[in-house]
Design a binder for this molecule. Structure first.
Ligand code: ATP
Ligand code: MG
Length: 460
């Protein structure tokens, strides 16, 4: 179980050492990217298991797209005026001068893949999920990294309010399994179709013109390029201005309103609470109709742990046939931070059963096959196969908190025995070599053995 919180810090490797110096190893990770150390992997593994289980139950299939794509894929779909495209992309040229970009989000690549592989001929809707790292050149801070993991899914090929409700239900159940659903608030909005958004954008421009001095530099640019994005601003003065800005609801067609009401009705039927948030527009241009985010109850917009929405026009932007879609993505590091803040414990299967300590080359010869047999039979076994006194080996065993040790020294080799030591009570017993595995299993208990059958069907 993890105790340290490495996801919270902007750069965990800059911790001071015991006497207050910052150690300076010659190489360290670049700003904003992190190693995932074993104790955080317990969280990653747990989250992946839950996600895969929930997706499998709902008939979703897993997809992986490449780490990089042609830059155009993101420019065309995510939109030039978005934060992602305008300032957050890791773009580089390959040796032939082609512009490539590390994927900043998942939807564009999956739509590209849908078109490329003719998925419109598959049974619709095509429901795909992914668990992948993504890359954004952001200013690193708690919960905001340059490489971060996302779980996400897309439902392509059909548009229906019930599918929107399902796209909210699935993450809702996942957050529930993860033990954090009560700490989150679902924010939901309907941003209408392109026509109503164009009209609304005009109204927003009229409203903000003349008030530019209160806007941040970034929001001034948004005013020209995509005024809706101003509503998503995290700049304090802008947020105050936003409160009196024209309302989206005045510009939304009756059809969209009905659609929205239908989604909300499904949510109510499912017992999912929501907050209507007219300022929720999401950071990407491709959204239409339903948009939603799950926010930490306390921390507000900066702490979105996941979000999604409908994007019925996106496939055409990428040169594909008109194909409706809805998707969702959650930041795994933010979920982990949320779990840690709320003291959610995750089970780990890494605890060892047995530590095998030996003395001398002859003992090692006996140890290796013994360890192999223990493992074959489901006993999680570690051995000190280097040199070192038995006493030191036992100290290591203590640090691994193993319940049992098997000790083999020269006498034991000669007599064909081994010592089994109960580390909790400190008692030990000599047993015949051929009985060691049975005896160990008896003590651990058959139900606690760690079996894995590679022939069982894969789960993703
Ligand atoms: P924010 O408003 O916080 O910048 P966003 O709208 O850019 O979020 P999305 O594009 O919707 O985020 O990505 C989906 C999820 O991925 C977010 O809800 C968040 O949990 C996570 N996420 C986004 N950017 C980062 C990042 N730089 N580091 C870690 N997690 C991130
Ligand atoms: Mg962002």
């Amino acid at each position: 179980m993890a105790t340290e919180d490495t996801t919270q810090q902007a750069n965990p490797s800059e911790e001071e050492d015991a006497i207050g110096r910052i150690p300076t190893p010659p190489f360290r990770t670049p700003k904003g990217v992190h190693d995932i150390l074993p104790h955080d992997h317990d969280f990653h593994t747990y989250i992946k298991k839950i996600v895969r289980h929930r997706c499998r139950q709902a008939g979703f299939k897993r997809i992986s797209t490449p780490t990089f794509e042609f830059t155009e894929v993101f420019k065309r779909s995510v939109g030039e005026a978005t934060d992602i495209v305008s300032k957050e992309m890791y773009t580089f040229e390959d040796k032939k001068g082609r512009s490539l970009t590390l994927k900043p989000e998942g939807t564009a690549s999956i739509c590209r893949s849908y078109i490329q592989h003719g998925m419109q001929d598959w049974p619709q809707p095509v429901e795909l999920f992914y668990i992948e790292p993504h890359y954004r050149y952001e200013r690193p801070q708690a919960g905001r990294y340059r490489q971060f993991w996302q779980f996400g899914f897309e439902v392509l090929g059909e548009a229906d309010a019930a599918l929107d409700a399902q796209a909210i239900l699935l993450p809702y159940r996942i957050y529930e399994d993860l033990g954090i659903v009560d700490t989150l608030k679902l924010q939901i909005n309907n941003i209408g179709d392109l026509d109503s958004r164009t009209q609304y954008a005009e109204a927003l421009r009229d409203y903000y013109y003349g008030k530019e001095r209160y806007l941040s530099d970034e929001d001034k640019i948004r005013l020209e390029k995509n005024p809706l994005r101003i509503l998503d601003s995290k700049h304090e003065d802008t947020m105050i201005l936003n409160q009196s800005a024209p309302r989206f609801s005045e510009f939304i067609s009756q059809e969209s309103k009905d659609y929205h009401d239908e989604v909300l009705e499904y949510l109510t039927d499912l017992g999912i609470e929501y907050t209507l948030n007219e300022n929720l527009v999401r950071g990407l241009d491709y959204y239409s109709q339903t948009v939603f985010e799950f926010w930490d109850q306390k921390k507000g917009a900066q702490n979105s742990v996941g979000g999604g929405g409908r994007y019925d026009g996106l496939m055409e932007l990428l040169g594909g046939p008109p194909t409706p879609g809805i998707g969702f993505a959650m930041g795994i590091e933010r979920v982990i931070a949320q779990m840690k803040r709320n003291k959610v414990r995750v089970p780990s299967k890494d605890n060892l059963h047995v530590f095998v300590a030996q003395l001398g080359r002859e003992a090692k010869k006996v140890c290796l096959p013994l360890m192999d047999e223990l493992r074959e039979r489901g006993v999680k076994t570690m051995g000190a196969l280097g040199k070192g006194a038995i006493r030191n080996q036992l100290t290591i065993a203590d640090r691994f908190k193993v319940p049992f040790c098997v000790l083999i020294g020269l006498t034991e080799v000669r007599e064909g025995t081994a010592i089994i030591r109960d580390m909790t009570v400190g008692t030990q017993k000599t047993v015949k070599m051929e009985k060691v595995v049975d005896e160990v299993i008896k003590r651990i208990g058959i139900k606690n053995l760690d079996y894995y059958n590679p022939k069982e069907p894969a789960n993703e």
